[in-house]
Design a protein around this ligand. Structure first.
Ligand code: ADP
Ligand code: ZN
Length: 188
């Protein structure tokens, strides 16, 4: 249980593998802020068009309206005056500039909630996520369920689709796996 911060901004990061409920948790926090009548705006990188161009959508089909931006710089420009909470989904796909953007927003008194994959399919840190996690006041790491054995899963296993770090629109190419069942992917 944290003390409730007053008259100050901060950064929250929600990380973990695919299917661990990051988007669900982001949506939960943002919906609660909306219920509290706070002014909320949500961003996602425009390369993530898997479910919907203008919404963030969880694997469990929950959704909220969002603004798709090409790069981190666009975010500052698009935050309306009076915004109290900024949500950012799929932050691993942003450039490193997202770190400065998050800090600038938090310094301006805004609560910034960021969701993203901490590890890529090779189990290496993904994009700006490690820095965001260091700079955040609050970090939540979610685990999924290993599809092989039912243990808690912290890895995203690629099961098809080649060796590029970013493989979009290919949900079937990934599975949540535990440490025991995760096997570095080899393209055949
Ligand atoms: P993330 O944003 O971390 O990819 P989502 O919030 O989009 O996750 O989706 C989480 C939901 O995915 C869960 O509530 C559950 O309904 C579903 N799901 C599918 N496969 C799994 C799995 N292997 N482990 C846990 N949840 C799963
Ligand atoms: Zn397992």
């Amino acid at each position: 249980m944290h003390l409730q911060p007053k008259d100050v901004g901060w950064i929250e990061v929600i990380c973990g593998p695919m299917f661990s409920g990051k988007t669900e948790e982001l949506i939960r926090r943002l919906k609660r802020a909306k219920i509290a009548r706070q002014k909320v705006v949500i961003f996602k990188p425009s390369i993530d068009k898997r479910y919907h161009k203008k919404k963030i959508v969880s694997h469990s089909a929950q959704e909220l309206d969002s603004i798709a931006v090409r790069n981190s710089k666009d975010i500052i420009r698009l935050v309306p005056l009076g915004t109290e909470v900024v949500g950012i989904d799929e932050a691993q796909f942003f450039d490193n500039g997202i770190v400065k953007v998050a800090q600038h927003l938090a310094d301006s008194g805004i609560r910034v909630i960021i969701a993203g994959l901490d590890l890529d399919y090779k189990a290496n840190p993904f994009g700006p996520m490690p820095i965001l996690m260091c700079k955040a006041e609050y970090v939540t790491k979610n685990l999924a369920i290993c599809v092989k054995c039912g243990n808690p899963a912290s890895f995203t296993q690629r099961v098809s689709g080649g060796e590029k770090q970013i493989l979009l629109g290919a949900m079937d190419s990934y599975e949540a796996r535990c440490r025991k069942c995760f096997k570095p992917y080899v393209d055949n």
